[in-house]
Every structure is written in C-alpha cells, then in structure tokens.
Design a protein around this ligand. Sequence first.
Ligand SMILES: Nc1nc(=O)c2c([nH]1)NC[C@@H]1CN(c3ccc(C(=O)N[C@@H](CCC(=O)O)C(=O)O)cc3)C=[N+]21
Length: 298
Amino acid sequence: MAEIIDGKIVAAEVVEGVKKSAAALAAHGVKPGLAVVIVGEDPASQVYVANKSRTAKECGFLSVQHTLAADTSEADVVALVEALNVDPSIHGILVQLPLPGHIDAGKIIQTIAPDKDVDGFHFINVGKLATGEVDTALVPCTPFGSMLLIERKHGKDLSGLSAVVVGRSNIVGKPMAHLLLAANATVTIAHSRTRDLPALCRTADILVAAVGRPEMVKGDWVKPGATVIDVGINRIPAPEKGEGKSRLVGDVEFASAEKNAGAITPVPGGVGPMTIAMLMANTLVSAHRHAGLEYKGL
Ligand SMILES: Nc1nc(=O)c2c([nH]1)NC[C@@H]1CN(c3ccc(C(=O)N[C@@H](CCC(=O)O)C(=O)O)cc3)C=[N+]21
C-alpha cells in the first residue's frame, strides 16, 4: 500500500513560512496584498475562493475580493485589472477562471501586469518558465505545489526518472512538464490523442494526472512503486451519502491506484491545499520584488 502524501500538512508548512516572512516584511512597512476578481457565480469555484481568502488573512495579507455580476462587460473587467495593476497596495492579481463566455479569458490574463500575475498565466511568465528564467517568473500555483510534493519524495534532482503528465492544459499540464524537465526528469505529456495511455502511464516513475475526468487513471496504469500526483478535483453525485449529495474525487481511481503506487496524493487533501499555499507564496514573492527585497523562502 502506498504512502499517502498529505498535502494539508505540507501546505500548512508553506503557509507557516509565508506567515513568518510576511511578519518580517511588516518591519519594512510592506503588507502583501492579494486581489481576487470573480465574474459571476461558478459553484465549483466557491470552495476555492473561501479557502483562499481565509488563508490570505491567516498569512497577514491584505485580501481584497471583487465580485462582479455575470453580465459585466469585458471592457469593465479590463478596466478593473488595469486599476489593480497600478494599485501599490496590491502585489497579486488573480482573475478566477472560468470566465463567462462573452469575456475573452486570454485577453484578461494578458492585461494583468506580469509582475502581479500570481497565477503565472501571462505570456511573460509562461515564457520565463519555458526558458528557465524561474528566478524572476511567477510559477503557476498548482504545478508549483505539485512539484513541492514531488521534491519531498524524490529531492530536487529527478535525473533518471521518467515522468508522465496526463493533460496538456496551459494551467497545469504544460507548466508541470516544464517544472519536471527543469528538475531533469525525462518528461512525456500525454493527452486524449495519445495511443495506449495505460501502457505509457505504466512507464512513469512520477505520474501526474491533470485531465479533469473523474477517476480516469486506474490502478493497473500505475507502475509499482510510482509516485502519483492527482491534480483532479471533480465533484460527482454520491447518492450513498443521501439524496442530492456529492463527493470530491480526483482524476485517479484512488482505491486501486494506492495498491500499486509507492506514494499518492489524495483528493481532497492533496494538491488542492498546495495550490492555495503557493498562491500565498507567489503573493509574498511579488511583495518582496515590488519592495526591492529578496525572498529566500521555499
Ligand atoms: N485564476 C484561477 N486560478 C486558480 O488557481 C483557480 C481558478 N482560477 N479557478 C478555479 C480553480 C480551482 N482551484 C482550486 C484550488 C484549491 C482547491 C482546494 O483547496 N481543494 C480542497 C477541497 C476541499 C473540499 O472541497 O472539501 C482539497 O483538494 O482538499 C480547490 C480548487 C483553483 N483554481
């Protein structure tokens, strides 16, 4: 049976470090500020938003939330982001995705000042990650947090290890692959058009599932002893818990996968809490950079 990697514990350690560093920043008269912009009400995002503002306050940050009506125009969202870009009290801007269909998410993301882009989605940060300029980049929170869990298990140098990332999104799959590559892993990105996905997954020493399909990765896809990082957060009906009830599952079929894996992240309590912790870490890094200070954390 696999070791269960407890993301809540590692995330709490990260948050503890962020809290201490934020307190030290206060001596320089700097308070990290995080602004979250939400357009409309996406129920799947509510948990995330609540966890995020609670953690930001716990870290001693300024935490500002702008909740806009679902029919807000693209121009109005652009104007808000531009105002936050020049607001000196704000060091991190996160525009909650998905956005309503009439708003071009790409346009909004590219409007965010790259040095406040705590999601790491702006072309500048994507390019820096891809070219190894990580010291001045902001790295996407979910892959960054996943990488921290992988480091706990394998150290910072993944030389000789093969990693398979299932999923090629700009938000998780691609940046995850870049981080693994930067750590010297041999990386394959798999997706819906990959031939014999189970066989490919069985070659992975490190298997990252980020496809958004509930329990798609089965136990017999997992190489014995492999490290499995489950990025999926899927809410599925759970009639056994009562009528209208639901439960969270990952992209990995946990019960079968934990029999083969050497280590595995659960859902909930794995990558999710790490995403929040890294958002705090990125906001702290940004606050340091804006103040001309160096952050020697993480
Ligand atoms: N611009 C943007 N950046 C994001 O990073 C972003 C986003 N938009 N839109 C929504 C998704 C989703 N997301 C989550 C992060 C943590 C948990 C999390 O903490 N999950 C708990 C779930 C706790 C529970 O529901 O019981 C866990 O996995 O343990 C969930 C979801 C970030 N997202």
